[in-house]
Write a protein that binds this ligand. Structure first.
Ligand SMILES: NCc1[nH]cc(CCC(=O)O)c1CC(=O)O
Length: 306
């Protein structure tokens, strides 16, 4: 019997995503469950819990070991949150399969009953380890205090219970995939108030470039609309040379045969936000992203990110 080995991180969210890919492939191929094996791979980003990720640095903290397993042939495909993926894959690997995107919005999570960041009392404390969310929050509410907040959903909620912070942010997509969206006091934040991270809510499947058999199978579950949206967002990110050190946000949406891209770059302390909003024919998203990035970089000047 043919089998397909699916590489993934071991976090509850990563496992849920790997199962979603498995289920879609099962439905598309008619293969039985035994034909798929989910292989958990330990990555650096999960192993280090005591330091902010921005201090460990380097790209691919959540992906390196998984990509090594793909290249070594230990697994056949790897499932990723596209938000965590560098814009370029290593030689020999490609991501050309995307699942239909979940809701890309961030959620405001609090036990205090406040509806959103704008309602928080003067000087309140908010937990997040995301440079983007920190900068976006401080841009609107410079009076707030931001503390570093890592760990999975349960860990973050227990920190709220313990009073470490009054509120935090989570990607709505993660909550939905974990089946927690209705069990956690979370409210979606409109993109106008907090533009999401590039590719937030999208799951991608990576494979070896030369593996034609796997390519054919993955083509069965690829979502074209998500592909067009991510082409625009990731071209924007690539042209900004974004790393996880740089607060960047962006969201592309299809409207008929047009694609709309909203993009934003911020100073880390939120003291300056440069934003743009433009449309193009749906197939020209990558050009739209590149042009928008150039425009924002020109506006920003050389010292913007200092
Ligand atoms: N940075 C970690 C990460 N990577 C993907 C998601 C959520 C799911 C997604 O965006 O697809 C999260 C958690 C979060 O930001 O709350």
């Amino acid at each position: 019997m043919q089998t397909l080995r699916i590489g993934t991180r071991g976090s509850p969210l990563a496992l849920a995503q790997a199962h979603e890919v498995r289920d879609r492939l099962m439905a598309a191929t008619g293969w039985p469950p035994e034909a798929f094996e989910i292989v958990v791979i330990r990555v650096t980003g999960d192993a280090v819990q005591d330091r902010p990720l921005s201090q460990i640095g380097g790209k691919g903290l959540f992906t390196r070991e998984i990509e090594e397993a793909l290249l070594a042939g230990t697994v056949d495909i790897a499932v990723h949150s596209m938000k965590d993926m560098p814009v370029l894959q290593p030689e020999g690997l490609v991501i050309d399969c995307l699942l239909p995107r979940e809701d890309p919005r961030d959620a405001f999570v609090t036990l205090t009953g406040h509806a959103g960041p704008a309602d928080l009392p003067e000087g309140a404390t908010v937990g997040t380890s995301s440079l983007r969310r920190r900068a976006q929050l401080l841009a609107r509410r410079p009076d707030l205090t931001v503390v570093d907040f890592r760990g999975n959903v349960q860990t973050r909620l227990s920190k709220l219970t313990a009073g470490v912070a009054e509120a935090t942010f989570l990607a709505l997509a993660g909550l939905r995939r974990l089946g927690l969206a209705d069990r956690v006091p979370a409210r979606p934040i409109p993109p106008e108030s907090m533009l999401p991270a590039i590719a937030q809510g999208a799951i991608g499947v990576e494979r070896r470039t030369g593996d034609g058999r796997t390519a054919e199978m993955l083509a069965l579950i690829h979502d074209r609309e998500t592909g067009l949206r991510l082409a625009a967002e990731r071209a924007f990110l690539a042209a900004l040379d974004g790393s996880c050190q740089t607060p960047i946000a962006g969201l592309a949406e299809l409207d008929g045969d047009r694609i709309r891209l909203r993009g934003e770059i911020l100073r880390p302390d939120g003291s300056l936000v440069l934003a743009d909003d433009a449309t193009a024919p749906a197939d020209d998203g990558a050009d739209l992203g590149r042009v928008m990035a150039c425009r924002l970089l020109r506006e920003a000047g050389p010292r913007f990110f200092d």
